[in-house]
Design a protein. Structure first.
Ligand code: PAF
Length: 305
């Protein structure tokens, strides 16, 4: 395996600097993950490898973003398979720290607050989740900063390497929050959103899909079908008729709908009057969340017309 595994911040910095210098690198990509990797993560790694000289992936199951200790314990740990997938995509370095490495003093007293944007949709059913996720993303973005002082080394004028971090559009609210954190708090990194990867039947890939029974997996397809219905109506410049798409989801007995709405992609505020009776115009994001049996699933699709 060519990919190198490190577990301390010090090793990450020295290996990262060595790789950048060795490749005369002018750009570094970071792919933060919690492991249990699937094709969706492979797409993040692939995009990062295409766009950067050096790519670092992180694998860290962050206790701060789990409300429930049972969920945290149940989260799959599949390091060997994860390393093989990242290696296959051409990732150079994997940082898989312990909880003590990331939180040496225990839970941090100061955290990033996700504010109003983090309280709605997923935030409403998972209080504190986005504060925990943003706090660790802030730390990971700092850990992954290309080593200061490295010249570009290609004769184009030197300077610090470009720095990009990759997040899936599947977690649309997390992506919107990370973008806001980076903009509002001036992090020197470009955030790249990577489109959701779906199974052939439309189900959005998620590490939670492994907890679905075959019947629940079949029932879960109603989420992507309902989103596709909205996409088709937006494309045809018809009213979105969200109610009938909601009714489709609610007709599936194994699915308990939590929310389904069309929002502004940046603020996640509902675009209520732009979708009911009049043809849809502009840019929107359809967000859906439901429990399928015991498994909570989320999905979304961009809308434009
Ligand atoms: O999306 C995830 O896997 C996690 O929320 C992240 C961004 C790695 C932070 O723990």
């Amino acid at each position: 395996m060519a990919v190198k595994l490190v577990t301390t911040v010090q090793e990450l910095h020295s290996e990262g600097a060595r790789l950048l210098a060795g490749k005369r690198g002018t750009s570094q990509g970071l792919v933060p993950t919690m492991g249990a990797l699937h094709e969706g993560h492979a797409a993040l790694a692939r995009a990062a490898v295409e766009q950067n000289d050096v790519v670092v992936a992180t694998i860290f199951v962050n206790p701060l973003q789990f409300g429930d200790a049972v969920d945290l314990d149940r989260y799959p740990r599949t390091l060997e398979a994860d390393l093989a997938l990242l290696d296959g995509e051409g990732v150079d370095l994997v940082f898989a720290p312990s909880v003590d490495e990331v939180y040496p003093g225990g839970e941090p007293l100061v955290r990033v607050t996700s504010g109003r944007l983090g309280e709605k949709w997923e935030g409403a059913s998972r209080p504190g989740h986005f504060d925990g996720a943003l706090t660790v993303v802030a730390k990971l973005l700092h850990y992954g900063l290309p080593a200061a002082g490295l010249a570009a080394g290609d004769g184009t004028g030197g300077g610090l390497p470009a720095y990009r971090a990759y997040f899936g559009q599947k977690d649309a609210q997390q992506l919107a929050l990370v973008r806001r954190m980076v903009a509002d708090l001036n992090f020197p990194v470009e955030i790249v959103g990577v489109p959701t990867v779906r199974a052939a039947d439309g189900l959005a890939l998620s590490s939670r899909n492994r907890f679905l029974s075959p019947e629940e997996r079949e029932a879960a397809l109603v989420l992507s079908r309902a989103l596709r219905l909205l996409e088709e109506r937006a494309h045809a410049r018809e009213p979105l008729d969200l109610e009938s798409a909601q009714a489709l989801v609610e007709s599936q007995p194994l699915v308990a709908l939590d929310y389904f709405d069309v929002v502004d992609p940046a603020t996640l505020e509902p675009l209520a009057e732009n979708c009911r009776e009049t043809p849809f115009r502009g840019e929107g994001l359809a967000l859906i969340a439901a429990k399928v049996g015991p498994v909570r699933l989320i999905d979304n699709t961009p809308l434009s017309s």
